[in-house]
Every structure is written in structure tokens, then in C-alpha cells.
Write a protein of this length. Structure first.
Ligand code: FMN
Ligand code: 173
Length: 373
């Protein structure tokens, strides 16, 4: 593809899925598989998207809602919309400027960027773009390395920590095994430069601490005063464990189907976690979000916001910073459209009576539809 046709691919994009083709055309097939793939037979990868496909929105008419507003307050900050960018390793695989280009789009859009421990650009470079950034933490055996990462991110102005708890090791990604995938030359974890991280793949897999337990929460509290979220919770039991441990938020996630193949779709797991949390902390969700209506469905099932993963890397590969800006614009416009057409004036008005099918199996009775109203 020529640069001109890429520019028009981005300018002409009307849905999230419009970025995948141009992205794939630009990418080495092995890199594409690394981004697109999941673990095992990719059941969970598919289930995430399918759960949204099976979920229907039940409109309310004549609600007088007016023009919907998307602003949302989460952990004391206002987000322009109840969405953000999920942590993903190496945005530099998608575009040379990597996370810096992504941040140039998320900043003006007013939504947070969760920066991976395996970011391709330094925390300082990313934060200099002044997007609200959160740090995704992989806890290594070497706690000093982990601690140094957190301290650097905190000094750079990052606003929260997101500990990934579904990765005592990386999942079995069959595409990567078949392709014998290695990081291309020039792609490296920019914030992990010490010994042990110079493995040929740069994955530093051997360095993940496989025996983390709940005491890691207290340890993180002892090294940082930033709000702490746990990412990768799928059950009520673990949600209650997280609350007992004193976390500030939960991200319902199955790592985009890249870890345990056979884990439930996140939209299916969401109601259980939301019920257990009972409002005690924000609940965020990622996995399979591909349009504004998906975000509205997640809000209806009790999420405070939903994160986008792979589509952001597609948009970045298709059009760098402008691609991501356009992606976020599209999803926000779709969300406003879905809110207007379901009679929802603001994110907090979305409740379980808004959805049926798929992830919602109970009889829809609701607080917001009292008898006689
Ligand atoms: C290429 C790629 C790299 C990822 N890297 C990380 C990571 O470093 N840390 C992490 O917690 N999750 C990582 N994830 C998982 C995402 O945060 C998120 O859970 C998932 O991608 C959401 O699903 P979606 O891609 O269907 O939107 C990665 C996902 C992808 C696709
Ligand atoms: O977390 C991931 O899904 C992931 O792909 C990854 C890759 C390299 C290093 C760390 C995470």
C-alpha cells in the first residue's frame, strides 16, 4: 500500500474493523499473528467478541434524555468517555513511535492509556506527551526491578498501577510457536534494560514471578501510594479477595484470550464480578470491545468503563497517531449514537434492564423501570 492509500484508509474508516485490513497489509505476517493471536485453540479469543454479538440493547423511548454526555468520573479523575486503551506490549511493532504516538491521540481524546511494562518507548517519553497514563505492572522475581519500574513511572507522572494477575507465565500462543516468532530487530522493552531482559525474544519470560499471592498487594502498597487495580479477575471469589486485599479497582479481563484458553468471555464474567464488588470499587473490563454499543452493553452490565486492545494497535499501524485519534472518535461517536437511540443520557443511567440475551440471562426487572412510571 502507498502512503496515500494508507492516509485515505484511515480518513475513510467508519468502524473499528476498518483498521484491521490496512494494518495487516503493512505488517510482517509473524507480527500480525503475535498481535492477533490468542492461546490454545483461541476459544476465549473468539468468545470475547461473540459475547457482545449475542447481547442486545433494549431501547427506552421518549425518555427526554437529550444529547447524551459521555464524561465519567473514575478514581477521582474525569474521563471524556468511559473508555481507555488496554495495556499492550510493544506499540513499536505497529508504528515506529509506538506508545508516544498512541499517547498523542489518547491525550487530546481525554481517555487514559495503560502503558505496558513491556512498552517499546520509555515511560518518560510517553508521559511527556501528557496523556493520563497508568502503568501496567508485571511483577518479576526480582522485586528491585519491579520497584524501580514503578518508581520511574510514578516520577514521570503516571496516575495508577494495574497489576496483571492472570499471567504467572505467558499462555501457549500456538501461532507464535509455529512461526517461531522473535521480536524484529529494533523492538525491545525500553524500560527493562538490565540483565535478564536481554533474552533473544526480549520476553523475559523466565523473569515473571510464578508464585505471586495476595501479599503482593501489600508489597505494592509499600512501594507506591498510587491507586492500585488488579487486571485479570474473572470470578466473584477473586473479586472478593481483591477487595479484602484493599485494591482500588478491578479490571475484568482474560488478557484478550492470550492466557487461559477456555476462560469465559469477559462480558459473561462481568455480572458476577460486579455483583460481588457491589459498588465498593470501580470495575473496568476489556476483551472483544469493537464498537460504541459494546461499551454501552458493558456499562449496562455494571462496568464503569471498557478498554480497547487490539483495535488500537490496528489503528496505530494503519495511521499512526491520526489512526488512533480517528479510532477513538469513531468509538465515541458510536457510543453517543447508541446512548441517544436507547434513551440513555449519561453513562450512569445504563443498567441491566438495557440489555438482554448473551451475557444477561436474568429476567430484566429493574430499579429504573418502577411500576406505574
Ligand atoms: C499484542 C498484545 C500485547 C499485550 N500485552 C499485554 C501486556 O503487556 N500486559 C497486559 O496486562 N496485557 C497485555 N495484553 C492484553 C490486553 O491488555 C487486553 O487484555 C486485551 O488485548 C483486550 O482484548 P482485545 O484485544 O480483544 O480488545 C496484550 C494484548 C495484545 C493483543
Ligand atoms: O501480555 C501479553 O499478552 C504479551 O503478549 C506480552 C508479550 C511480551 C512480553 C510481555 C507480554
Amino acid at each position: 500500500m502507498t502512503l496515500d492509500s494508507l492516509a485515505s484508509a484511515v480518513a475513510g474508516a467508519l468502524t473499528v474493523d476498518d483498521f484491521a485490513g490496512p494494518a495487516r497489509a503493512r505488517m510482517d505476517p509473524g507480527v500480525w499473528d503475535f498481535l492477533a493471536g490468542g492461546a490454545g485453540q483461541e476459544r476465549t479469543l473468539r468468545a470475547n467478541v461473540e459475547a457482545f454479538e449475542r447481547t442486545w440493547l433494549r431501547p427506552r423511548v421518549l425518555t427526554g434524555a437529550g444529547l447524551p454526555v459521555t464524561e465519567t468520573r473514575i478514581l477521582g479523575r474525569t474521563w471524556a468517555a468511559p473508555m481507555g486503551v488496554a495495556p499492550m506490549a510493544y506499540h513499536t511493532l505497529a508504528a515506529p513511535e509506538g506508545e508516544v504516538a498512541t499517547a498523542r491521540a489518547t491525550g487530546p481524546a481525554g481517555v487514559p492509556l495503560v502503558v505496558s511494562t513491556f512498552a517499546g518507548r520509555t515511560f518518560e517519553d510517553i508521559a511527556a506527551v501528557a496523556s493520563p497514563c497508568w502503568l501496567q505492572v508485571y511483577c518479576f522475581r526480582d522485586r528491585k526491578t519491579t520497584r524501580r519500574l514503578i518508581e520511574r513511572a510514578e516520577s514521570a507522572g503516571f496516575e495508577a498501577l494495574v497489576l496483571t494477575v492472570d499471567a504467572p507465565r505467558l499462555g501457549r500462543r500456538l501461532r507464535d510457536l509455529r512461526n517461531d516468532f522473535r521480536l524484529p530487530a529494533g523492538i525491545a522493552p525500553a524500560n527493562l534494560t538490565g540483565d535478564g531482559f536481554a533474552s533473544p525474544t526480549g520476553h523475559a519470560l523466565a523473569e515473571f514471578d510464578p508464585s505471586l499471592d495476595w501479599s503482593v498487594v501489600a508489597w505494592l502498597r509499600s512501594v507506591s501510594s498510587l491507586p492500585l487495580l488488579l487486571k485479570g479477575i474473572l470470578t466473584a471469589r477473586d473479586a472478593l479477595g481483591a477487595l479484602d486485599a484493599g485494591v482500588d479497582g478491578i479490571v475484568v479481563s482474560n488478557h484478550g484470550g492470550r492466557q487461559l484458553d477456555g476462560a469465559p468471555a469477559t462480558l459473561e464474567a462481568l455480572p458476577e464480578v460486579v455483583a460481588a464488588v457491589a459498588g465498593a470499587c470501580p470495575v473496568l473490563v476489556d476483551g472483544g470491545v469493537r464498537r460504541g454499543a459494546d461499551i454501552l452493553a458493558a456499562l449496562a452490565l455494571g462496568a464503569d468503563a471498557a478498554f480497547l486492545g487490539r483495535p488500537v494497535l490496528h489503528a496505530l499501524a494503519a495511521g499512526e497517531e491520526r489512526g488512533v485519534a480517528r479510532l477513538l472518535r469513531i468509538v465515541t461517536d458510536e457510543l453517543v449514537d447508541a446512548m441517544a437511540l436507547t434513551g440513555i443520557g449519561s453513562p450512569r443511567e445504563a443498567g441491566p434492564d438495557l440489555v438482554h440475551g448473551g451475557a444477561f440471562r436474568r429476567t430484566p426487572v429493574s430499579r429504573s423501570e418502577p411500576e406505574g412510571e
